[in-house]
Design a binder for this molecule. Structure first.
Ligand code: NAG
Ligand code: NAG
Ligand code: NAG
Ligand code: NAG
Ligand code: NAG
Length: 343
């Protein structure tokens, strides 16, 4: 008995010290000048990615088929182009009912598009990927008082509630995607850019349910924070102070992996990072400041298909905001990172 226990202990220890950097595969790369901002997996495993530039588009990418010809434009299907300038966060509420943050943010002028933001639905329940028809799109909640919408996640499926970050006002806004009603759920100086400074406050936003508590995990850009805020299960108010889990490393959006107990984050210095969900050491899993493998990462999500349960997909802007070595820019892409053997 003792030997068996030791045997499994050794196996699991070995599994937890997977060789770094983690292996990765290019799933799809868009032309230079494309800023891929965020992504979600459908329940069938296909990926939906949102673009900030050059156009406010949602593309469908099959992560199994696309790597066969990752730079061909045949392996990314334009599902919809929105009538705004940029798309940021995306989330799913009911199966195949997605929501995106859209507004007139211009990367060229850096006009943040205050007053133009809204949450739009992208309903794929009748969508046929072969003929690329059947997607139903409409604005469900104009949010004229928001300054800049960014990260987005689902708060409560049964109640049709999502949360979305306002990076300029330092707020987390709760939106009922059925009625279009919205209200500020959290407003905290820690989520705002520092007074008088440019840059964004809260950027990434994800929800973790644990017992009676819901944690709203966030990253901030200008102040380089990663942390979480507990809110009550009925989501009407915060129930504790902001907890800072990391201070000093700039991150964009991230994904929370409950099974492995870690967050996978896109690091501003061209890296994929991880940290235990309750805080702890920040580990660089892949990439580096002068490397292009994760050039300008923007978000991450977990595979949902039959074959990719051990994959984290990472989106990039190709270095558009901060060229590698000050000079190198490439097309934004979707990368698959193999997290089997990582915990
Ligand atoms: C795909 O790329 C080819 C050239 O490689 C181009 O001629 C064509 O217009 C592109 N199609 C789309 C839909 O962008
Ligand atoms: C965003 O810009 C487009 C093109 O300039 C314009 O038609 C649209 O009305 C703007 N949206 C909002 C909400 O102001
Ligand atoms: C983060 O660290 C900086 C520098 O040490 C410090 O000034 C700041 O107060 C910290 N922020 C938070 C929210 O703890
Ligand atoms: C950036 O510079 C480092 C050396 O300083 C070099 O090793 C690396 O190849 C460069 N990367 C690019 C993308 O040019
Ligand atoms: C990155 O490249 C710069 C020069 O381009 C060099 O000064 C720096 O040490 C490099 N950093 C890393 C982490 O390789």
């Amino acid at each position: 008995m003792h030997t068996i226990v030791s045997f499994f202990t050794i196996i699991s220890l070995a599994a937890c010290t997977a060789q770094l950097p983690l292996p990765s595969t290019l799933v799809h790369q868009f032309p230079t000048g494309t800023y891929v901002e965020n992504l979600r997996a459908r329940q069938n495993g296909q990926l939906l990615v949102t673009l900030v530039a050059p156009s406010p588009n949602v593309y469908l990418i099959d992560p199994v088929l696309s790597p066969i010809s990752p730079t061909s434009n045949f392996t990314a299907t334009l599902v919809h182009s929105f009538p705004s300038a940029g798309l940021l966060g995306i989330t799913e509420v009911q199966p195949d009912q997605f929501y995106v943050a859209a507004g007139n943010f211009s990367l060229a002028t850096l006009d943040l598009g205050a007053g133009t933001w809204g949450v739009w639905s992208l309903d794929l329940r009748s969508y046929d990927p072969i003929s690329n028809t059947g997607a139903v799109v409409k604005e469900v909640a104009p949010l004229p008082s928001v300054a800049f919408l960014n990260g987005m996640d689902t708060l409560d499926v049964a109640a049709n509630l999502i949360v979305v970050a306002d990076s300029v006002k330092g707020q987390i806004v709760m939106v009922d995607v059925e009625t279009g009603d919205s209200r500020v759920l959290v407003s905290d100086a820690v989520l705002a850019p520092p007074a008088g400074a440019s840059g964004l406050g809260i950027n990434g936003l994800k929800v973790l349910k644990r017992g009676d508590t819901i944690y709203l995990y966030f990253s901030t850009q200008a102040t380089a924070l990663f942390g979480r805020i507990p809110v009550s299960i009925c989501a009407s108010h915060t129930v504790g102070p902001v907890e800072i889990l990391s201070n000093g490393t700039v991150m964009d959006d991230f994904v929370l992996d409950e099974e492995r107990g870690v967050a996978f984050m896109s690091g501003f210095t061209n890296t994929l990072l991880s940290m235990p969900l309750d805080g702890g050491e920040l580990t660089t899993l892949l990439g580096g400041l002068n490397e292009t493998v994760v050039a300008g990462p923007t978000s991450a999500t977990l595979g949902r298909g039959l074959l990719d349960k051990d994959s984290v997909y990472v989106t990039t802007n190709g270095g558009l905001l901060a060229p590698i070595n000050g000079t190198y820019i490439e097309g934004g892409k979707v990368l698959s990172v193999d997290i089997s053997g990582y915990c």
